[in-house]
Write a protein that binds this ligand. Structure first.
Ligand code: PLP
Length: 415
């Protein structure tokens, strides 16, 4: 648990990896505990304890939905961002494939049948999606012969809206089952123009899923106002235990479940519901939203001070992503001449926990895929460093980071 903002319990370690995960908030632990101890019943049970659990689940669902500008019926509780993305991509694409009268194509990679190739179902994603989306689309290709179209991005990771329009036009557009894009990028923090993306997809009658895992609790989300069809969030990015999340999906959106079973969560996510987890999601998100409202400007100001300080001490450092339309507590750079990995290890030894950008490459130091899609050379993309925080950084913390970076960079480039 955080002792003071942005520090972990390990002697003064400065924790700048909030995009990877956050500590569980004390208010969340307090709110969820009764549902792990005395009010533990299964919310599907008809007895009184079951009804108590069901009421708590309903209340959590309503409060959580409201915090995302959605309705209670939109919410499907899941085990996190990865599951939500899988359910959205596989569930919507397969339901729409059937609705559009398209057939799966098996073994397409082994044939050069052009007619087959031009009749298969399609899915459009962006070139900078998290593996939870990109690999789900790859699975559709592998097992059902989907054509996976990736919309390119510019040098600041903005999606190419004209390319999206083009891909949705004409015969190929009619075979398109869905569009999936992220709201805010995990590696470089750029925020995409969600309302424009929705407008373009809907103009072609295609539903759109938005991965809002990095955005929830950091920037306002108005699912219904934006007219988004499906939206993924993950609790551990806003103060709940890991392994909790939700897919919000409108009743009008065709979708098939990925898990079969007892039919909980509108039949879209079978399995006994995690009442304490739902309570944690509602409390964690509301708490993060309240903090966002109270501290947004201060957080942005401290982020910009950090960016300026880093550029001052390492003039070769380049900010990655959009300098303005980016998440409030997200500062990401490339440091030409060193590897991000060496920098991370060196900073860690100096008590600063940062990241190279993608936490999900377990035990492997991969080149951040977003940076490659933005057109950076692999040798430069390899030098990425991301610093993310949910609370404003104090002046001394910024000085500490810039001093450490100056020394690390000088040390690593000396040889
Ligand atoms: N989508 C994005 C954009 C993410 O950043 C992450 C995790 O970092 C995920 C999905 C996966 O979420 P989870 O860790 O809850 O499975």
């Amino acid at each position: 648990m955080a002792d003071t903002p942005n520090t972990s319990s390990e002697a003064g370690e400065l924790y700048l990896d909030a995009a990877a995960t956050e500590p569980v908030s004390p208010a969340v632990i307090e709110a969820m505990t009764p549902f792990l101890t005395e009010a533990y019943a299964n919310p599907a049970s008809v007895h009184q304890p079951g009804k108590t659990a069901a009421r708590a689940l309903d209340a959590a669902r309503a409060s959580f939905a409201a915090a995302l500008g959605a309705r209670p019926d939109d919410v499907i509780f899941t085990s996190g961002g990865t599951e939500s993305d899988n359910l959205a991509i596989k569930g919507i694409a397969m339901a729409r494939m059937r609705k559009l009268g398209l057939r799966p194509v098996y073994g397409l990679d082994e044939t050069d049948d052009k007619q087959l190739a031009s009749s298969r179902p399609r899915i459009i994603i962006s070139a900078i999606e998290h593996p939870a989306v990109a690999q789900s689309a790859a699975w559709l290709h592998e097992w059902f012969g989907f054509e996976v179209v990736r919309i390119p991005v510019d040098a600041q990771a903005h999606l190419d809206l004209d390319a999206l329009e083009r891909e949705l036009d004409g015969e190929a557009g009619e075979r398109t089952t869905m569009v999936s894009t992220m709201l805010a990028n995990n590696e470089v923090g750029t925020v995409e123009p969600v309302e424009e993306l929705v407008r373009i997809a809907h103009a072609h009658g295609v539903p759109i899923h938005v991965d809002a895992v990095q955005a929830a609790g950091q920037i306002p989300i108005r699912m219904r106002d934006w007219d988004v069809d499906a939206l993924s969030v993950s609790g551990h990015k806003f103060g709940t235990p890991k392994g909790l999340g939700a897919l919000l999906v409108r009743g009008r959106t065709p979708i098939e479940p990925v898990l079969s079973g007892g039919g909980q969560e509108r039949g879209l996510r079978s399995g006994t519901q995690n009442v304490a987890g739902a309570v944690a999601l509602a409390i964690g998100l509301n708490e993060s939203n309240a903090r966002m409202q109270a501290q947004y400007r201060e957080l942005v100001a401290s982020r910009d001070m950090l960016i300026d300080a880093v550029r001052r001490v390492v003039p070769r450092a380049d900010l990655t992503g959009d300098p303005v339309r980016r998440l409030p507590g997200h500062a990401s750079f490339v440091f030409p001449g060193v590897t991000g990995e060496a920098l991370l290890v060196d900073l860690d030894a100096r008590g600063i926990a940062a990241s190279s950008g993608s936490a999900c490459a377990i035990g492997r130091h991969e080149i951040p895929a977003t940076l490659l899609a933005m057109g950076l050379e692999p040798s430069v993309a390899k030098s990425a460093l991301r610093m993310t925080f949910r609370r404003p950084l104090a002046r001394e913390q910024i000085e500490r980071v810039s001093l450490a970076l100056e020394e690390s960079y000088a040390g690593l480039t000396r040889h």
